[in-house]
Design a binder for this molecule. Sequence first.
Ligand code: GLP
Length: 237
Amino acid sequence: MRIIKVKNYEEMSKKAADIIAAQILLDPGTVLGLATGSTPIGTYDRLVELNKNGDIDFSRVTTINLDEYCDLEPTHEQSYRYFMNKHLLTRVNINLENTHVPNGKARDTDAECRRYDDLIEKAGGIDLQLLGIGHNGHIGFNEPSDEFVPGTHCVKLTESTINANSRFFNSIDEVPKRAITMGIRAIIQAKRALLIASGEDKKEILKKALFGPVTPQVPASILQLHRDLIVVTPLDI
Ligand code: GLP
């Protein structure tokens, strides 16, 4: 594991974007695994800047997102498809057909999970997976549980995740209770994983994930076993 200690959120975003940009430069047809949440917004802004400056070209890039809420239309402002389009995908020269987010409105969620795993496999797996971390140690929406779930699956969100994400909704009742998330297999098999975390409220969980026991109770702890994990953070861990 490589930990890149930075001064603040801005520097974290810049460094993370530089790592993603380097990946695109070296492999223009790369498959990026992408994340949502407030943490990667600065990284996406910087990628947009690099694209506008002509430093990186997204025309052959494929993106595969970690997760999506169930029951929200892709046009809903809090859906992860909407988030990705708003913060990155419609701002760069990517072919939107090559951008993937689970379909949270699928009637048959099991079939949707299988479709998503097939899609990841057909893409040849993920080259670089960007990750944030939830306060309870979740990655994507792999919530603390008794076991690591390998494939894409439907999850019941925990109280703490619903509370944390309610800040984006008008009321807590509007927060979806379920989501579809990529499983641990695709994340751990990504050729490189890039974890970003900032804010003092993430310090303890980040420490636990990176240096505590590897346990499904702290899903991000599985990243300790990743062959090429880069952590970029301003936190003193
Ligand atoms: C969300 C997402 C995660 C994200 C996490 C942290 O629920 N499913 O992929 O890493 O929560 O979000 P934030 O960056 O806003 O703290």
